[in-house]
Design a protein around this ligand. Structure first.
Ligand SMILES: [Zn+2]
Length: 330
């Protein structure tokens, strides 16, 4: 199984522990997000479950060809399970965790081990986290729990403290650039994506594939119309309401955060999005600093509200943002 290059050293370290029979039963694997750590969890699970691991200098890797490895690859290994929140939900259901705990109690069917992956672990709510606690404290023999998280600090302390922690570092720009260039040909697009995704390569590719750059162009076009008084805030809010709200708030929060930093540094900070130079300079010239900081805070709190599934009325939120922006420059 080919891993993303930035995951290799973590994989070596963890499989080394597996081959020495020292891998802790509960592992919290974390990253800043957008690094594809799910694939590391799967590779690690394959190594734990492999019936004939291939020896390496540091330990052993999954062979990739035994019955167990093939079942993991097909997603049908009876001793391997991944629990996540259901589609459309933002939290892992307590019943799904209870069901997974039952799975851990049963005897392994293929070998001697069982692996349960919980992802993203920060979406465990209090009830589902409590259902997990007992297995974290007294794991059934031969079982391994791998929790994945992009926001490990937001996990309940009772969960975090019972896990062995392994953090995957965000790769350097050169590694990310090289990998992303293998997927996207235009070097300017690669640079822009890495810049706005803080060098997180899988996140950058996901953005590209979701058409985020087209959404960005639409938003910038409309902001220029707002500055030129060709469209009013409510009309623009109506147009943006037809776009994915998470994307709209992503771009707005990125631009406003940069605008605040630009303002705070008296123009010395480089904007992550070069297309926003004109709008940023115009806004900074016409608006009061305190209004820009206030709007930045509002957008960030709408964004985190959306992530926590707080009920937002998109049309109203967008109108609020655009009216504030409009009123601070005119
Ligand atoms: Zn194998």
């Amino acid at each position: 199984m080919a891993l993303f290059p930035w995951l290799n050293s973590g994989y070596q370290q963890l499989t080394h522990l597996v081959s020495e029979d020292r891998l802790p039963h509960a592992l919290l694997l974390s990253s800043a997000g957008g690094l594809g750590i799910q694939s590391l969890a799967e590779a690690l699970a394959a190594t734990i479950l492999c019936l004939a691991p291939t020896p390496t200098a540091q330990g052993a890797h999954a062979c990739g060809t035994c019955k167990s490895c093939l079942l993991v690859t097909n997603g049908s290994h009876p001793d391997y399970r991944v629990v996540s929140h259901r589609e459309g939900k933002k939290q892992i259901a307590v019943d799904d965790v209870r069901d997974a705990m039952h799975f851990l109690q049963q005897t392994a069917q293929q070998g001697h081990h069982k692996v349960l992956v919980i992802t993203p672990a920060e979406t465990l709510n209090k009830a589902s986290a409590n259902a997990l606690l007992k297995s974290l404290e007294e794991p059934p023999a031969g079982t391994f729990l791998i929790l994945l998280s992009d926001r490990p600090a937001s996990l309940l302390a009772t969960i975090r403290s019972r896990c062995f922690k392994h953090a995957i570092a965000t790769p350097d720009h050169e590694t990310s650039h090289q990998w992303l260039s293998g997927n996207i040909q235009d070097p300017e697009t690669v640079n822009l994506l890495l810049s706005v995704c803080n060098d997180r390569p899988c996140e950058a590719l996901r953005f590209y594939e979701q058409g985020s750059l087209d959404i960005r162009s639409k938003l910038i076009e409309d902001l220029n119309k707002l500055m030129g008084k060709h469209l009013g805030p409510s009309e623009i809010a109506g147009r943006w309401n037809k776009l994915p709200m998470d994307q709209v708030l992503f771009w707005l929060s990125l631009w406003l955060t940069d605008m605040s930093r630009f303002l705070g540094s008296k123009g010395l900070v480089t904007l992550r999005d070069p297309m926003m130079v004109k709008i940023t300079k115009y806004t900074v010239r016409h608006a009061k600093a305190v209004s820009i900081f206030g709007l930045t805070d509002d957008i960030l709190s709408y964004k985190s509200g959306l992530e926590r599934q707080t009920n937002l009325n998109p049309q109203l939120v967008l109108e609020e943002i655009l009216i504030t922006w409009h009123d601070m420059i005119f």
